[in-house]
Ligand binder design. Structure first.
Ligand code: VG1
Ligand code: CO
Length: 545
């Protein structure tokens, strides 16, 4: 089985976005699209020969076929060993952990995360480096450059490899070890949290919980951790069977897409005390109480404020980082604790250096992502377990925990308004218009709102000093309110404009207001300043998160 060199045509559009390369399945299946991208990754890895790589995905349509292709290409490119999640299943946080634990050179993660799956859905490929985190921009840029000039790829002409049975076998010279994708991760979670306490909470007749795996990758993890190890009832674990099309649903844990869970938690009768969901690849989390939603920016702040109640963080945390559009709630906690706080561009790859150099312990994003230094990805089940551990310690409801937090730190009213599938030209026009109006904005007054600062966010990595420009337009008001604009880097159709709105309220008597009403003045202003009505035919956002 000698490697065969195949001629191929380079593509010009394999630029990784916020989190890897995402395209519709049709793209990935056609014309060596997958093969070219994989070869481009391999060509950029100096130490590939004889190395160990981790491989697995969220189980979506094309996962199994892609794995066969990647195994054959890895063997042909001289990879020493592939650690493959059984059945091709591996959540993003579990992949990050396994890369670190077994000191692999990196990992190839097959996921388009929260994007829909199925033959007409999306597919994605992401490369993570040896620290377990997403490849930094320097490497993703190199991969993109390589993909534009690629003319051949290497593959072995081998039979289909078995991927469902645990054990080791050979493909040409390469070893493939099919491992249990859940065990190492479950053990890691058990080393961080007080499982005994959580078990007691779950067994208590006064507490009911449920978890929705959304027919995505966290199903088997939830069955092992929440079910077997923590005693949650089978009926409380919803949609735990990973399906190639996620049951036709959007595996995105938010109030509109996780409808089944939301209906349950907002039902007037017998709503559980705690509800949670995760996304396609298991790195996002949504937390709900009985008739109560926890905003993800608040979730990060609350976890940070209560870190010392968790065994792994009992000695305190070093610092917190949040993506720039994430609300400033976590900054208030960092300030009070007297620890570092950082603002990074959107996407987990920017947290890697801060975590590796011990600058932060926790980090998070408004897009339902939080995580810590145990791995280098955001971690959905980690956040769910954190909340359960916290409730077990505090013996209080989700709602009270959040309200008490607001009472102490103030409330950041927060919402994201998305304009999805805009023609790329319109989205670009809006961003250019905003960029050119930046110098005029400071000092302008709109009713009670006065613009203090307006810029195009540039991030200078404090560790390697690499510079990332154009990471979002920020309009900051003198009362701390903010409007942020940026274009999504994970969509596969047209452009998505995200507008992030935030308003801080210290007064506890004003913590019970309607979110959209409270934000309506800055929301209206955000539409006006960006000239949305002039540049598009949209009357309103297509999604409000
Ligand atoms: C979105 C979120 C971002 C997140 C990224 C990947 O990116 O806004 O916060 O890191 O998805 O999440 P964008 O560029 O579309 O705004 V996941 O769960 O897809 O790995
Ligand atoms: Co995800």
């Amino acid at each position: 089985m000698n490697p065969v060199i195949k001629k191929t045509q380079a593509f010009k559009d394999q630029k990784p976005g916020t989190s890897g390369l995402r395209k519709s399945v049709k793209y990935f299946k056609a014309d060596n699209y997958l093969q070219n991208f994989i070869q481009s990754i391999f060509n950029c890895l100096d130490e590939l020969e004889g190395s160990t790589l981790v491989l697995g995905g969220d189980g979506r349509f094309f996962n199994r076929e892609a794995i066969q292709i990647i195994l054959r290409m890895a063997a042909a490119n001289g990879v020493g060993k592939i650690l493959l999640g059984q059945g091709g299943i591996l959540s993003t946080p579990a992949a990050s952990h396994v890369i670190r634990k077994y000191k692999a050179l990196g990992g190839i993660l097959l996921t388009a995360s929260h994007n829909p799956g199925g033959p007409n859905g999306d597919f994605g490929v992401k490369f993570n480096i040896s620290n377990g985190g997403p490849a930094p921009e320097k490497l993703t840029n190199a991969i993109f450059e390589e993909s534009k000039r690629l003319s051949e790829y290497k593959i072995t002409e081998a039979q289909v490899s078995p991927i469902d049975k645990l054990g080791s076998f050979k493909l040409a010279e390469m070893e493939i070890e099919v491992f249990d994708p859940v065990k190492d991760y479950a053990d890691l979670m058990e080393s961080i949290f007080d499982f005994e306490k959580i078990r007691e909470l779950i067994a208590s007749p006064d507490f009911t919980a449920c978890f929705d795996a959304m027919n995505a990758v966290t199903g088997p993890y939830a069955e092992e951790i929440l079910g077997k190890r923590l005693g949650m009832d089978k009926n409380a674990l919803m949609n735990t069977q990973p399906l190639m099309n996620f049951g036709g649903k959007h595996p995105d844990p938010n109030l509109s897409t996780a409808k089944q869970l939301v209906d349950k938690m907002y039902s007037k009768k017998d709503a559980p005390n705690f509800g949670a969901a995760s996304d396609g690849d298991g790195d996002r989390h949504m937390i709900l109480g009985d008739y109560f939603f926890v905003n993800p920016s608040d979730s990060l702040a609350i976890l940070a404020a209560n870190a010392q109640k968790i065994p792994a963080y009992q000695n305190g945390i070093i610092g917190i980082a949040r993506s720039m559009p994430t609300s400033q709630a976590a900054d208030k906690v960092a300030e009070k604790l007297g620890i570092n706080s950082f603002q990074t561009p959107t996407g987990w790859k920017f947290f890697g250096n801060l975590l590796d150099h011990g600058e932060i312990t926790f980090c998070g994003e408004e897009s339902f992502g939080a995580g810590a230094d145990h791995i280098r990805e955001k971690d959905g089940l980690w956040a769910v377990l954190f909340w359960l551990n916290l409730i077990a310690v505090k013996q209080d409801s989700v709602e009270n925990i959040v309200r008490n937090h607001w009472a102490e730190y103030g409330r950041s009213y927060y919402s994201r308004h998305d304009y999805e599938r805009l023609p790329v030209k319109q989205a670009d026009e809006i961003m250019h218009h905003l960029q050119s109006s930046l110098p005029l904005l400071p000092g302008m007054q709109f009713g009670e709102l006065r613009i203090e600062k307006a810029d195009d966010f540039t991030y200078i990595d404090p560790i390697d000093h690499s510079i990332s420009e154009h990471q979002g337009i920020r309009i900051i008001f003198d009362n701390g309110s903010r409007i942020i604009y940026r274009l999504s880097g994970t969509g596969t159709e047209g452009a998505t404009l995200r507008i992030y709105l935030e308003r801080y309220e210290a007064d506890i008597s004003k913590h019970d207001l309607d979110i959209q009403e409270t934000l309506s003045d800055i929301s209206q202003l955000s539409v006006k300043l960006a000239k949305i009505r002039e540049y598009t035919d949209r009357e309103r956002p297509s999604a409000i998160v």
